[in-house]
Ligand binder design. Structure first.
Ligand SMILES: [Zn+2]
Length: 362
């Protein structure tokens, strides 16, 4: 894997190009905003955007697309530091991982690793850490996070259903209650962290990431003004994905009946890839389609993004644009009104498995 680092002068990313698109204010309802971008996307059908995804990091944004991952971070002296890396999915080497359900599990695993790497890079750039995590430290961090998540979102809710045993003994009802408790803990957790000081800014960068991807998918141009006019809610977001995971897990676990506590905890952890694989296919289908059923699936996730995204400052949008620009082929950058390098390379088509990996990375 080749590493290279690029510096983006912030002023180069804000070139203003006149645009014919219909502008709306950022704080309008998510469905309204989706609609205008749909119209624009249809008009630009011959120039279909590449599949891109991203994630907020410390004082920055990670973007993934067309075989590359970029992390752009606003460092303490004010300039934007961007790191670009080629990524190859394991699905490129082992085509079995391109199959539905399996692709979701692979995409999620890979996006967790890439996301944590980017986060570690941003912590280093933003001045919190002296060096990036080694592979061993990365694995350790993920293991600890996974164990904490298992206690918080699996063990506690399934144990706490004991308080409802006097109400019902039906396994289906107990599973529903457990799912309800899990959802309540998840929402409480999001609410708690969204109040934390540092997290507010991360969630602003999350908003900047969504807005930038919307502006790109609507055909650009990628100017701060244009990006700020886009919605901060995106249907392929990880927030939406987690919500679908909560719902799908109720149905999957209901098939297991209601065994003892230890069996319940173990079976839920073991079946997590199955739940994730199914959820992933749901969110993929819903993101592609606009029928009422898909809208119904998307609505709660979009609503929850009111909590996990905040309106970004213009300086944050500049970072998100720099990050996306770093993963776009030159031809696409030109189309988006971004500065291009001399040599034009043809736009690489996004393969199915790349698209699958990217969907998980929002
Ligand atoms: Zn998101």
């Amino acid at each position: 894997m080749g590493w290279n680092r690029r510096n983006f002068n912030t002023s180069t990313t804000t070139k203003v190009i006149p645009c014919q698109g219909v502008y709306r204010t950022p704080e309008q309802s998510s469905t309204g905003e989706m609609e205008i971008f749909r119209e624009e996307a249809e008009r630009l059908d011959d120039k279909k955007p590449l599949m891109v995804g991203g994630q907020a990091v410390l004082e920055g944004v990670m973007m993934r697309g067309a075989g590359k991952v970029a992390t752009a971070v606003r460092v303490s002296d004010g300039h934007i530091e961007t790191e670009v890396r080629d990524v190859n999915s394991i699905a490129d080497r082992f085509p079995i991982f391109k199959l539905p359900f399996l692709r979701g599990v692979v995409a999620l695993g890979e996006s967790l690793v890439l996301g944590l790497r980017s986060l570690s890079y941003s912590a280093q750039m933003a001045g919190d850490d002296d060096e990036q995590l080694s592979d061993g430290e990365l694995a350790g961090t993920m293991l600890i996070a996974f164990a904490l998540a298992a206690v918080l979102f699996v063990a506690i809710p399934t144990w706490a259903t004991r308080f409802f045993h006097t109400l019902t003994a039906s396994p289906v009802m107990l599973n529903l209650l457990e799912g309800g408790l899990r959802l309540a803990i998840f929402l409480g957790y999001l609410l708690a962290i969204s109040r934390m000081d540092g997290i507010y800014r991360v969630f602003q960068y999350h908003g900047a990431e969504h807005k930038t991807i919307h502006a790109y998918e609507a055909g650009g141009p990628l100017t701060v003004e244009r990006v700020q006019a886009c919605s901060r809610f995106h249907p392929r977001c990880g927030t939406s994905f987690l919500l679908i995971v909560m719902l799908v897990s109720i149905f999957v676990f209901a098939f297991l009946g209601w065994p003892d506590l230890l069996t319940r905890v173990l079976s839920r952890v073991v079946l997590l890839p199955v739940v994730a694989g199914i959820s992933y296919e749901f969110i993929r289908l819903a993101a592609k389609s606009d029928n009422p059923v898909a809208q119904l699936f998307k609505a709660p996730g979009l609503c929850l993004q009111r909590l996990t995204t905040n309106p970004p400052e213009d300086e944050m949008v500049e970072v998100a644009i720099a990050s996306l620009a770093a993963v776009l082929p030159e031809e696409e950058k030109a189309r988006m009104g971004l500065p291009v390098e001399e040599k034009m390379e043809p736009a690489a088509p996004t393969s199915d498995e790349q698209a699958a990996a990217i969907t998980a990375n929002m």
